[in-house]
Design a protein around this ligand. Sequence first.
Ligand SMILES: C[S@@+](CC[C@H](N)C(=O)[O-])C[C@H]1O[C@@H](n2cnc3c(N)ncnc32)[C@H](O)[C@@H]1O
Ligand code: SF4
Ligand code: SF4
Length: 341
Amino acid sequence: MKTRFVLKAGLARLKHIFGKNTPLRVLHRVTSRCNLRCSFCDHELHESKGKELSTEEIKECMNQFARLGAIAWGITGGEPFLRKDISQIIRHSKQLGFLTNIITNGTLATESQIAEVSSSLDYLVTSLEGPKEITDKIRGQGVFDKVVHTIEVARRNNLPVIAAVLLTRDFIEAKGLEFMGRFSKEMGIRCSFQNLLLAGPYGGRGFKEEKPKIVPHNPDKQTLFEALDRILYMRSLGYPFVNNKPWVDYVKAFMNKTLKPPKCFAGKLYCNFFEDGSLRTCQYHPLRIKKETIGESFRSLPGQFSDCPCLAICYINYNLAYSFNFSMIMDGFKNTLGYRD
Ligand SMILES: C[S@@+](CC[C@H](N)C(=O)[O-])C[C@H]1O[C@@H](n2cnc3c(N)ncnc32)[C@H](O)[C@@H]1O
Ligand code: SF4
Ligand code: SF4
């Protein structure tokens, strides 16, 4: 029963009040290598020069996370399907009882791979930049068709899918929201929007500096705000959009620079695990920690800086839920319990 995840998360939040932290959710970057060169992503600049852990080393780290109380495992990259052992990692995650998801560019997974892992995944996230002409422009020629095929295969295997879509200028101008509304309904998937993060990990060029590759993709504030309002309106009409009002309010306050620095639970109730076995508070945090055991690394993670530039913008949902935001908790319930058992 999925309710046990909610109870465990509640208990870990209570323990946090008394000073004990739990890595409830782990975002695992299995590789920094990627087969695509999306125009806003400087991933090659932050490709790790260190070696990637072997399958057995990864499994051992996952076992340690399980003993520390982890309940959810998110797999990301680079492109995770570049790892030959990705099916084994996914299956191991399920064997440990984790809520398991993967975010992929949707161009590499074969039909048999998807069929093989579908029963071990709670859901699959695939990135899309909206209509074919925009997706192919940003992600590369032929990418849209491959992603659609991946979604179709996943749905045939009864695997829930979320499309991760960035609110780029091109996407909004091409009436991307209307496209994604129709597309999501037709394909039987959900859609999650994310504003572009202008600084941080994706450029690999420091913590605060805006990334020159990303800036041209960014819509002006008014255009972005209109799109945010439209997401809520379309959601109220029944379009399967994940983003809710607290999320929209948060992004607007961030953009207006009126957001009070919120409490960020990165490094306390969730963390990032990298391909070389190191841990980070979040993907923004410059410090990589690698000690003898996962427990020691986790306990050594620094918390939120007083001047964190991201203001937890990439973890809005978790942080609001852990800060007892009622709508976010209810949406968290619906989303978590909504995945198949
Ligand atoms: C880094 S990718 C890794 C997984 C996979 N390669 C993919 O593209 O889905 C994870 C997500 O980050 C998003 N992303 C990349 N650059 C971003 C940025 N500057 N701001 C926000 N999200 C970004 C991608 O669109 C993708 O949905
Ligand atoms: S967004 Fe994903 S697919 Fe695109 S270049 Fe970056 S890591 Fe690769
Ligand atoms: S506020 Fe952002 S950068 Fe700072 S610890 Fe939280 S997620 Fe990381």
